[in-house]
Structure formats: C-alpha cells, structure tokens
Ligand binder design. Structure first.
Ligand SMILES: Cc1cc2nc3c(=O)[nH]c(=O)nc-3n(C[C@H](O)[C@H](O)[C@H](O)COP(=O)(O)OP(=O)(O)OC[C@H]3O[C@@H](n4cnc5c(N)ncnc54)[C@H](O)[C@@H]3O)c2cc1C
Length: 320
C-alpha cells in the first residue's frame, strides 16, 4: 500500500508542492518512494528523506535533463510498477498534467488532476476537484484502479516540519522508451527569478486598471517589499503588457496564496476561477460596485496610483 510521490525540484531544492505531498503521505503511515527527474535528483532525494521517503527513483542522466513526454512517461511507469505502489501523488503542474495522463494510460489506471482536497480513508484516496470555473466541486474516488493517481494544486496541504536526513535507498531510473520520435531541444526559463505563481505565498496582481505596461513597475516595488510574485489578469496579458505566464484565471494559472492583492482588476468570473482559493484577498479598485469586492476579505475603494505607492511605503516601514 505504498505511496510514490513525484518530487519536482528547482535549483537543488524540493518544491513546496512536493514537500506538501510528502508530508501528506507521511500522515498515512504507509511507506514512501520519491520519484525525481533531472540533474541533481539523487542529491535532492536526500531532502525527501526528511519528510519520510525511504526509497527514491532518481533520473539524473542526460536523457532526463529536459522534459520529454515519451521518455519520462515510459520510465516513470516502469519505476512506479517496480515500486509496487498503490498511490501516486504529484503537484498539478504543467509538466505533471502532461506526464501523468500518459503514465495512467500505460498503467491502465485513472488519474484525477487539479484537485484541491485530499483525504486517505479506509485505505483509499478521496479527492475533490473544482468544476465549472470553481462553481462546484466533484468528489473523486477510485475503483478497480491498480494505482490511485492524484494531482494536487500546490498550496492546499500543510508542510510538516522537516526531520533529520535519514538513509534513503536511491535507485537510478533507466531510459526504457524504445521508439523516441521527438526530442526536446530547449526549455526557455521565464525571465522572473521570483517564486512560481502557483507556489507563491503572496501575489500582487494587476489588471486593466494599471493603464499601461510600464506601470507594472509599481507592482514590482510592492511585491519586492512583500516577497511576493506578480500576476495579472488576462486582459493585460492579451494586451501584451505582461507575458501570458503571469496570467491568473480559468485559462491561466490557478493560485492559492495566503494573500492576493488585486489592483485594478474587475473580478470577472474567469479571473475569480483562478484565485478565489486565496486565503485573504485584498482588492483595490476605484469602482465601489466592482464584482471583485464581493469576493474580497478587504476592499480599498480608490485610485490604485495613489493607494499602491502608499501601501508599499507603509509595508516597507512596518517590515524593516
Ligand atoms: C473563455 C474565457 C476565458 C478567460 N480566462 C481568463 C483568465 O484566465 N483570467 C482573466 O483574468 N480573465 C479571463 N478572461 C477574461 C475576463 O472575462 C475579463 O475580461 C478579464 O478578467 C478582465 O480583466 P481586468 O479585470 O483586468 O479588466 P477590466 O474588466 O477592464 O477591469 C479593470 C478594472 O480596473 C478598475 N480601475 C480602472 N482604473 C483604476 C484606477 N486608477 N484605480 C483603481 N481601479 C481602477 C476598473 O474599475 C475595473 O474594475 C476570460 C474570458 C473568457 C471568455
């Protein structure tokens, strides 16, 4: 009844979403195997041991440096089979959402992606996932599934305090795909060195009320003070003011930070679909009837060009 947790890592560190899943798996008392791809995986596996993993499958070799769906899916399927695991947990990231449906196909099982709630009951996983832009949630259970696979949105589960590093049996993942008809030549990193939007604890987001691209500098300043990541509505991404990778919403990224500050965003249903899971929402809008206020914990009715610099000043004074 063991778990495999797909552990994503960046700059030699386990991502928060992966630490959340390891922490969850540890609460079940079942044994945990970490599955990692990319350079440095064997080393990062040691961090997984601090959250209860006792075995790791690590793909350090050159073939696993860049994501290749065919290579990764065949090797991940083989590793999961070899582990004998009944459960697979992964963060619902772009890569995992591409990879695990393929793995599920190869293992003849089902996969639930984009889940926001997860419990382990009676030896089975039960998850919930939002539908219809978050208007309702579907309850997902597995029947006759050799492996119960759940992809969780990051920032939904608590991270346990890390224990001491312990012995972990690291096995090298082999390339098992035989017919590789595609290669990944290059992966372009986003320009930002900030925490990825989906994992950010604080997000400052701008909408059409920002008036023009250059004004996003004002949000960068506030974000720097708060250690936040900057997001945006689709209207401004479509206008080319910011890259689409910053878009929050139904057709952008789904986020669930502790604090979401929406500046000059009206609160269209498609935007709310991507951020209404935030714990505290602060809206700054000059229109007192803007729909975003109905979803906000705190609302500031006013001109963002006056409010945002004042907030930046006050936070700087309070946090320094
Ligand atoms: C299929 C589909 C998918 C979509 N997916 C997404 C998605 O993923 N994400 C998304 O965001 N949208 C999405 N949209 C678009 C969505 O419907 C809205 O058009 C969009 O969210 C509006 O962006 P906005 O709030 O920035 O702009 P607007 O709706 O134009 O709002 C601008 C706000 O700024 C305020 N404002 C103006 N000046 C100031 C000022 N000086 N100070 C303070 N406030 C000011 C205004 O009062 C207004 O409320 C989607 C639409 C469709 C049809």
């Amino acid at each position: 009844m063991s778990f495999v947790v797909f552990c994503e890592h960046q700059n030699g560190e386990l991502k928060k979403g992966s630490r959340e899943l390891l922490s969850f798996a540890a609460t079940t008392g079942e044994s945990i195997t970490a599955l990692l791809f990319g350079p440095g995986s064997s080393e990062v596996a040691k961090q997984a041991s601090r959250y209860g993993a006792s075995i790791a499958f690590a793909g350090d070799s050159a073939e696993f440096e860049k994501y290749n769906p065919v290579v990764f899916a065949a090797s991940a399927s083989a590793a999961i089979k070899e582990s004998g695991a009944k459960f697979l947990l992964a963060s619902s990231t772009m890569m995992a959402k591409d990879l695990f449906p393929r793995v599920a196909g190869q293992l003849d099982t089902g996969v639930a992606s984009d889940c926001t709630d997860l419990v382990f009951e009676g030896g089975n996983l039960k998850a919930k996932k939002p539908l219809y832009a978050g208007k309702c949630k579907a309850e997902v259970e597995f029947s006759n599934s050799p492996v119960q696979m759940v992809l969780m949105r990051p920032n939904q589960l608590p991270v346990a305090d890390a224990g001491d590093e312990s012995a972990i049996d690291v096995k090298a993942i082999e390339v098992v795909a035989t017919e590789i008809k595609q290669i990944t030549k290059e992966i372009k990193q986003g320009a930002s060195d900030k925490v990825d939007l989906t994992e950010a604890n604080v997000i400052v987001s701008g909408g059409r009320g920002m008036k023009e691209a250059d004004n996003f500098k004002m949000l960068d300043d506030l974000a720097d003070v708060l250690g936040a990541t900057v997001g945006a509505s689709r209207a401004v991404a479509d206008a080319g003011w910011v890259p689409h990778s910053m878009q929050v919403g139904q057709t952008g990224k789904t986020v669930a930070p502790s604090l979401y500050i929406a500046c000059g965003i009206s609160g269209a249903i498609q935007h709310l679909a991507g951020m209404s899971g935030s714990k505290v929402i602060v809206a700054i809008n000059q229109d007192p009837d803007a729909p975003i206020f109905a979803k906000s914990s705190y609302g500031i009715v006013g001109d963002l060009f006056e409010v945002v610099p004042k907030l930046t000043e006050e936070f700087k004074a309070a946090l320094n």
